[in-house]
Design a protein around this ligand. Structure first.
Ligand SMILES: Nc1ncnc2c1ncn2[C@@H]1O[C@H](COP(=O)(O)OP(=O)(O)OP(=O)(O)O)[C@@H](O)[C@H]1O
Length: 207
């Protein structure tokens, strides 16, 4: 994607108060960290970008994805992947069915699911019930599910914070590497200076 993710004077207000105002462009393959105190509006900013902002807020400015204005598009029309700290897998679906959930129609489901599992060291886990996975394993499946949906940008809301140091480093390498390979712009909300440093790029401080 050539133009990346542009937040054009994107401003979120609650009544007369401005909660967050950001004016920036995240280039394809670039990871920009968002840091700020609790309650500063980091998660609310991500909600505005994916189109799920609560009605208590008003939004000004624009979100442009690959040069396309998506500000008023419904969330499913935006093709933005998001990963949360406590991302839940669908409990009634197997690991493989969770991974296949976001695949485009006509995709080679079996091959893509197997490749995704192999990529995160979970070969043979396809038939498993997600409840039988560790936290780190669930996080890897959630990450691959997001990537398989072929998003045009990634938003990560503290996705590594429940993982131990080794897993955290592995997940960062995987997700940042994928983003670079595919030229995806990434916004990473984190409280952790190490995450921001590993992202190697700019930090936007809010609040
Ligand atoms: N649906 C909502 N309706 C009204 N106010 C909300 C809503 N969601 C969040 N808020 C308020 O908006 C502010 C920003 O919340 P947000 O969750 O974006 O902060 P944050 O920076 O992500 O915090 P944390 O680091 O603790 O996750 C807070 O004051 C919060 O109480």
């Amino acid at each position: 994607m050539r133009d990346g993710l542009k937040l054009d004077k994107l401003t979120i207000c609650k009544g007369a108060d401005t909660l967050v105002s950001v004016d920036t462009c995240v280039a394809p393959g670039e990871v920009v960290s968002i840091m700020g105190p609790s309650g500063a509006g980091k998660s609310t900013l991500l909600a505005a970008i994916i189109g799920t902002l609560a009605e208590d807020f008003t939004l000004h400015g624009r979100v442009l994805l690959g040069g396309r204005d998506v500000t008023r598009e419904p969330p499913e029309g935006r093709r933005i992947g998001i990963l949360f700290q406590d991302d839940l897998l669908f409990p009634h679906l197997s690991v493989a069915a969770n991974l296949a959930f976001g695949l485009r129609p006509g995709a080679d489901r079996k091959r893509l699911v197997e490749e995704a599992l192999a990529e995160v060291g979970l070969e043979g886990f396809g038939p498993r019930d997600p409840a039988t996975l560790s936290g780190g394993q669930k996080a890897r499946v959630a990450l691959m599910r997001m990537l398989l949906s072929e998003p045009e940008a990634l938003l990560l809301d503290e996705p590594f914070s429940r993982l131990d140091a080794d897993r955290r480093a592995q997940m960062r390498t995987l997700v940042f590497g994928r983003a670079r390979e595919r030229g995806l712009p990434v916004l990473l909300v984190t409280h952790d200076a190490e995450d921001a440093q590993a992202a190697g790029g700019r930090i936007i401080r809010i609040g």
